[in-house]
Design a protein around this ligand. Sequence first.
Ligand code: NDP
Length: 479
Amino acid sequence: ARAQIGVTGLAVMGRNLARNFARNGFTVAVHNRSSARTKSLVAEHGDEGDFVPSESLEDFVASLERPRKVVVMVKAGGPTDAVIDELVPLLEQGDIVVDAGNAHFPDTIRREKDLAAKGLHFVGTGVSGGEEGALNGPSIMPGGTAESYESLGPILEKISAHVDGVPCCAHVGPDGAGHFVKMVHNGIEYADMQLIAEAYDLLRQGLGASAAEIGGIFAEWNTGDLESFLVEITAEVLRHQDAATGQAFVDVVLDQAEQKGTGRWTVQNGLDLGVPITGIAEATFARSLSGSVPQREAAANLPAHTAGWEVGKDDASRARFVEDVRQALYASKVVAYSQGFDQIAAASAEYGWNIDRGAMARIWRGGCIIRAGFLNRITEAYERDENLPLLIADEYFADAVGAGLASWRRIVAGAAQAGIPTPAFSSSLAYYDAVRAPRLPAALVQAQRDFFGAHTYRRTDRDGTFHTDWSGDRTEAEA
Ligand code: NDP
């Protein structure tokens, strides 16, 4: 037994992770259900490092140093369970099974419990960055026990992306914590993408600019506060010309956005925990709406009654408009991240995970899809106050959002007047105004609930729970 780590499941992700381990000097055992993938990995990349290929799972397990560290990188769901079931009888006390696929966190909690009962460590790990990240350094979010992280952590940290010499990998927390944080990462990714798409739409319709010109604006934005992988690739996509038609590439892509489910999981969990992740929810629903073809066809001739957008034709007016969109994008983005970090805090309390939110922002700075300079500011905010109840209430973000507020309001109001849909921009602004409001009309909702369902209410002037006799003489009784 000489391999320090093993990977089973050698499709795109597993193959690249295995190569990443090997390139970083680890001896890596490799296995795949059908051995063709194992053979082609060794044939094509065997010279990149020290691979120990096996055709059977028995030989694969036998080739690993103890405590064995087995990374399972197969299709999420049933296949993951099938592989775990085959592995378990071959393992011994203290061995570590790492599920690096996109598991739903309740499955990870269940699997961790099962394996713990057998004396094995189970580490559900979020991995972000796609194929390229897996090969060159992903952002890695491992759950599981602190004990398993002691031996596994250094290996994962070594192959992860690094920013300023700091690895984009940290122990997230027990059982499902790693996959949970990866799920929220993906939810935030949905929100970020939708916000960028809305900004693009506003610029396109407001300025009447070409896709390529807007690509230039995004490239410019990428040199400031908005610097991020998603803004960078947006500039590239918008400047790309379709070879077949010579049109802007974005104009030949069908406008129906698909999803693989992590956004939906995030929203479902937000509902379960009662955390208003409105930016992520709007982004997820925006994808659903785009794919609602019969509804869109049925609505195509509905009246619009729009007023035009008054963007002046002169350079100064156009520059002001572009700056307004930029500010609105930044402020909405801060809200979306703030909501996502709220969800992590709520889950951490609910499931007993004790997640360090500042560390999460730190490990998202590199390797993953939402990597961005601005995550440094989030880490700093949680360093100032690890129990920060609301990210947008941190001094830095309060100032940043405050400075863009007038722009944000102009954009959301203008978009409503012009009939340009901006669900994520507008719901983020509505969230901001609601969360800062000294008093909400929720008072009326509570009163209505008491009226029809005797659900009781609390009062502003006295402690206790009250009910009003709405069907009789409207007397109030302490419930
Ligand atoms: P796939 O999700 O396409 O899964 C294919 C792999 O699963 C193959 O190795 C296949 O083996 C194996 N497999 C499927 N069913 C079984 C089974 N019953 N028993 C044993 N092996 C099985 O591979 P990807 O590389 O695309 O993704 C791997 C994991 O990573 C998934 O969970 C996916 O969700 C996640 N992922 C993560 C990304 C990220 O950015 N983090 C990006 C893409 C994926 P065989 O060759 O024998 O068919």
